[in-house]
Design a protein around this ligand. Sequence first.
Ligand SMILES: Cc1cc2nc3c(=O)[nH]c(=O)nc-3n(C[C@H](O)[C@H](O)[C@H](O)COP(=O)(O)OP(=O)(O)OC[C@H]3O[C@@H](n4cnc5c(N)ncnc54)[C@H](O)[C@@H]3O)c2cc1C
Length: 488
Amino acid sequence: MSIDTAPEPGRTHDVRSADTDPDAGAVAFRPAFRAALDATAAAGVRVHEPGTEAYRRLSGTFNITKAVRPLAVVEPTTPDEVATVLRLAAVHGVQVAVAGTGHGATEQMDDAVLVHTCAFDELVVHPHERWARIGAGVRWDAVLEACAPHGLAGLCGSSTDVGVVGFLTGGGVGPVVRSAGLSSDSVRAFDVVTGDGVVRRASATENPELFWGLRGGKGSLGIVTAVEIDLLPIAQVLGGAIWFDGADLPAVLRTWSQWSSLLPDEGTTSVAIMRLPDMSGVPPVLAGRTTLCVRFAWTGDPEVGEEMIRAIRCVAAPLVDLVGPLPYRQLGAVHADPSDPMPVHEASTLLAAFDLDAADELVALAGDASGTPLVMVEVRQLGGALRTGPDCAFAHRDAAYQLFSIGIMVPEVAQGVVAATSRVHDGLRPWSRAGGLPNFCDQAGAERVRRAYPRGVEDRLARAARRYDPAGVLLAGRGLRTAADAVG
Ligand SMILES: Cc1cc2nc3c(=O)[nH]c(=O)nc-3n(C[C@H](O)[C@H](O)[C@H](O)COP(=O)(O)OP(=O)(O)OC[C@H]3O[C@@H](n4cnc5c(N)ncnc54)[C@H](O)[C@@H]3O)c2cc1C
């Protein structure tokens, strides 16, 4: 039995009071939850209750505004232990959430137990056959490190701090997506414990419907314990970022809108209007001012890539130019995402086009003179190899661009951040199209489902959820169950 409770001198487990300890008490007064946790611990699974250091660490979220307070965090070490957690949760009527790193928390977990996958740290690279087996607790950083000596690449996202499985169950749109495709298209198989507590394997030939739903359906059908992915022979790209002064923003953004629409598929690019704070780690030349950052990753002939990026370099004198030969191991440098948790308000909108008028509108809404409090307004070009790929629960492959914004929710500007976010996304509405990418929808429940999945995909996922999670144990499937009822 392994149960980690907060040390509370003079008190026993059942008399903790939520009045005196905001982190404790809730579980003790709810017999079903108490029974579920005790049974889970009695089955040998590590259970961390509120008030403990492990609970605090494992329930942490990257976006602090999405802080979660699950009933407890459980730390299974084998698929059978995950199955035990899910079965006991079903018996006691408790919901189960899953996290690998906390980078993508969206759901409230007050009535749920959180399964943390940190113990699933397996990472085996098969360089000759070009594939890797990766545990659910592993981050992209470790995969890139293990693959680099073999000149191989796993299709990570812009931040290599993100968890491999959380990223892949959302499809995964990375810095080389236009040449290499959606990251989950490179998945060979998942080891997963479905919501009914059964350990299964999902691939194109084993449980194909489950395999379909795990690529894009996030954690709505099961808790993945390991994934097997194809590796690509990419040792190096021509890549990095070029930063321009805010005064040059209109000209560069206009050029980028035309240039990106003509860019061959070997190139993936995005552009970000940035307002970086004056703080340590931020180069002084970029701090405390409006800048425009053009990101670029080219997997084709480097000489051709140099020709391509020349068109951007010619528009204005860059403040900083970091585009050059870049080992794939350092692909995170293209976006240089922050790694420390922050309180952020984010929003995303898919665009059908980003033409000159859209560029002018964005300059008006978020440019140097706009006074916007947003720290980043990004336009990512999609398309290329993302448009095609195996049928899976990831939808909206045909979107041309994604608009994404981030504001920091500190009290002085929080209201302004929310209003400015609406202004920017409403202003670009004439160029928008329906839907959202699963990894960028920060809504919860049914709202998230409606954005990420068109009706046909939603219905199919709902049917799969009813089959693989009949008791509705998985919190991530909550939004789907409404759809399942409608589907009948
Ligand atoms: C700085 C930053 C940069 C990012 N860049 C990109 C990007 O370039 N492209 C992109 O596509 N996304 C990007 N994302 C989004 C990111 O891919 C998602 O938030 C992803 O869900 C994070 O997974 P995680 O395991 O790290 O996070 P967690 O918060 O631990 O998990 C998030 C969700 O993933 C699912 N999940 C996690 N583990 C499992 C599991 N074992 N089994 C089943 N489901 C599971 C669950 O639905 C869970 O709620 C970025 C996020 C951040 C914070």
